[in-house]
Ligand binder design. Structure first.
Ligand code: XMP
Length: 511
C-alpha cells in the first residue's frame, strides 16, 4: 500500500468508523491497538498520518492507555480525537481537567479560528461532543483553534509539527463539517493523494492468486453468506477447478436456502461444490439440548467435523480460503469484552486443521467494500445484499429443544413474515428481519374450538453496525397481514407477537 493512515486504537466506540471515513476519502486506513505497535514500527511502516482515536478513559487514570510521546516527534502528522486529543495534550506537556459542569454530550455549536484543519468550514457550525474531560492548558507550541460555549479548548494545533487535536468527533455525521475536516487533514496536512480505489480490486486479486496458487489444491467453506461467497467466487475466477467448495447443509437454514446456495454456486458459477447433507446428523446431536451456549458449541464442533471429513475425502489439499474481513481481524485496544454469545463462523477452522497456507482475499476490506467486490464479480444482488444470518442458523431462533417439526414450523412462519415485509417500503430501513419460535404455548380459539398452540415472535431491527440496534417501526398493516397469514397457514401457531426491544438491553437474536 503506497499511501496509508494509521488509526491508533485507544478503545473508543467509533474506531472502525474512523477508518471507514478515511477510506471513503480514497485513502487506505488500518487500525492497530495502541499496545500492539511501537513508535519504531510506525516509523518503519511509512504512514502518511496518524489518528489517535477516542477511548473510554481519563488520561490521568493509571490504567488508561498511554503511548510513547516520541511518536509526536516522528514528523508524521497526527490528529487526536476526543480521548486522543486529551492524550496528545498530556503527552506534549499540557493539562487535562475534569469538570462535571463542563461535560458535553450531543450536538454542540463549535466556534473555530483560522487553521489548515478548518479550511472551507464556516466559523460557526455544529459538532458532536461526548466528553467530561477537556484540555485545560494546551502544551507549549500549541494554540487553541476552536471553542464551544462550555469548552474553552474544543480543538488545538501545533502547525509546525503538524499536530492537531479535536475534542469532538469529526467521524460521526452529526458533525456537520466532519468530512471536510478529515479531508483537510488527509490531503492538505498529510499530503495524501487518494490512491485507495476499490475498482479493479477483484481483477488485481484474481491475477495475483492465479500466479501464487498455480497448481495447488484449494478448499473453501461456503456458508451462503456474502463474505465466503465473494472469497470463493474470486478464487474460482483465479484458479477454476483447483478450488473445491464445501457447503455444510446442517438443516438449520431458512426455507429453500440450501437449494438456493447450490443453484448459485454450482449452477450459475459452475463451481466444484460439495453439499454435505448432514441434516439428520445435526438433529441427533442437538436432541434434548435447550441451553443456548451448548447449542452453539455443538453446532460449531459438528460443523468442523463434517468439514474435516469432506476435506479428507479430497486427498491432499494445500490451501484453505477464508472469507475473513477487516472487522474480524481488528483486535480492540479496549481490553477483553465479556462473552455475550460465542459467535461462530468458519473463522475457527484453521486452529483445528492443518493447511500449508491460509488465503484471506478480503482481509483488508470492510463489509461495504466486500459488497462492491461481489458486484464487480457478478454475484447476484440478492446474495451481495443478503442480511446477516447466524452461523448456528435457526437453532438460535427456536427457544428450547430443536426438532424437525419445529424447524418446519419456523421456516414457514419466517418465510411469510419476510414475504410480507418485503412488499412494503419499510424493507429499505430494515437491516435484519426474521421470526423466532418461542417455547411459550397459550390458549386460543379457532372456529369454536379451544387451541393450545405455540407463539411466534417477529423481530425486525434497524442498525448500521449490529453493535447497537433499534427495533424497526414497521407499519401495523404489515404486522397485521403477517400475523393473520402465519396463524392461518402455519399449523400449531395461534399467537404472534412483535419484539419491541432495542440492543442493548436485548440482543438481535433471541439466543
Ligand atoms: P446479536 O444476537 O449478538 O447479533 O445481537 C448481532 C448480529 O450477529 C448475528 N449473529 C451471528 N453471526 N455467527 C454469526 O456469523 C453467530 O453465531 C451469530 N450469532 C448472531 C446476528 O444475526 C446479528 O446480525
Amino acid at each position: 500500500m503506497d499511501e496509508k493512515i494509521l488509526v491508533l486504537d485507544f478503545g473508543g466506540q467509533y474506531n472502525q468508523l474512523i477508518a471507514r471515513r478515511v477510506r471513503e476519502q480514497q485513502v487506505y486506513a488500518e487500525i492497530k491497538p495502541y499496545n500492539k505497535i511501537t513508535t519504531e514500527q510506525i516509523k518503519a511502516a511509512g504512514y502518511k498520518g496518524i489518528i489517535f482515536t477516542g477511548g473510554p478513559n481519563s488520561v490521568y487514570d493509571e490504567t488508561s492507555p498511554h503511548f510513547d510521546p516520541a511518536v509526536l516527534e516522528l514528523g508524521i502528522p497526527v490528529l487526536g480525537i476526543c480521548y486522543g486529543d486529551q492524550l496528545m495534550a498530556w503527552m506534549a506537556g499540557g493539562e487535562v481537567s475534569s469538570a462535571d459542569s463542563g461535560s458535553e454530550y450531543g450536538k454542540t455549536m463549535l466556534y473555530r479560528r483560522e487553521c489548515p484543519l478548518f479550511r472551507d468550514i464556516p466559523h460557526t457550525s455544529v459538532c458532536w461532543m461526548s466528553h467530561t474531560d477537556f484540555v485545560s492548558r494546551v502544551p507549549s507550541g500549541f494554540r487553541v483553534i476552536a471553542h464551544t460555549d462550555k469548552c474553552p479548548c474544543a480543538a488545538m494545533c501545533d502547525e509546525n509539527r503538524k499536530l492537531y487535536g479535536v475534542q469532538f468527533h469529526p467521524e460521526v455525521t452529526h458533525t456537520a463539517y466532519g468530512k471536510q475536516m478529515l479531508h483537510n487533514f488527509l490531503y492538505d496536512i498529510c499530503g495524501c493523494r487518494g490512491l485507495w480505489r476499490m475498482d479493479g480490486f477483484a481483477e488485481r486479486s484474481i491475477a495475483k492468486y492465479r500466479k501464487e496458487l498455480a497448481g495447488k489444491k484449494v478448499l473453501c467453506a461456503l456458508s451462503g453468506g456474502v463474505d465466503s461467497a465473494v472469497a470463493a467466487v474470486l478464487l474460482h475466477k483465479a484458479i477454476g477447478d483447483d478450488l473445491t467448495c464445501v457447503f455444510v447443509d446442517h438443516g438449520l437454514l431458512r426455507k429453500n436456502e440450501g437449494d438456493w446456495v447450490k443453484s448459485i454456486f454450482r449452477g450459475q458459477f459452475g463451481m466444484n461444490l460439495i453439499r454435505a447433507n448432514v441434516q439428520e446428523r445435526f438433529l441427533k446431536k442437538l436432541a434434548g439440548v435447550t441451553e443456548p451456549e451448548q447449542k452453539r458449541k455443538i453446532i460449531g464442533t459438528e460443523f468442523i467435523r463434517v468439514f474435516e471429513e469432506e476435506a479428507r475425502k479430497l486427498g491432499k489439499v494445500e490451501v484453505l480460503v477464508q472469507g475473513t474481513i477487516y472487522p474480524d481481524v481488528i483486535e480492540s485496544g479496549a481490553g477483553d469484552a465479556s462473552t455475550i454469545k460465542s459467535h461462530h463462523n468458519v473463522g475457527g477452522l484453521p486452529d483445528v486443521m492443518e493447511f500449508e497456507e491460509i488465503v484471506e482475499p478480503l482481509r483488508d476490506l470492510f463489509k461495504d467494500e466486500v459488497r462492491k467486490v461481489g458486484l464487480e464479480l457478478g454475484i447476484p444482488d440478492e446474495l451481495v445484499f443478503r442480511q446477516p444470518f447466524p452461523g448456528p442458523g435457526l437453532a438460535v431462533r427456536i427457544i428450547g429443544e430443536i426438532t424437525h417439526d419445529k424447524l418446519e414450523t419456523l421456516r414457514e412462519a419466517d418465510w411469510i413474515f419476510r414475504e410480507e415485509l418485503e412488499k412494503n417500503p419499510v424493507r429499505n430501513i430494515a437491516s435484519q428481519y426474521f421470526a423466532v419460535l418461542t417455547d411459550t404455548r397459550s390458549v386460543g380459539v379457532m372456529g369454536d374450538m379451544r387451541t393450545y398452540g405455540h407463539t411466534v415472535a417477529l423481530r425486525c431491527v434497524t442498525t448500521d453496525d449490529f453493535m447497537t440496534v433499534d427495533w424497526t417501526r414497521i407499519p401495523f398493516g404489515v404486522l397485521e397481514k403477517a400475523s393473520s397469514r402465519i396463524t392461518g397457514e402455519v399449523p400449531g401457531i395461534n399467537r404472534v407477537v412483535y419484539d419491541i426491544t432495542s440492543k442493548p438491553p436485548a440482543t438481535v437474536e433471541w439466543e
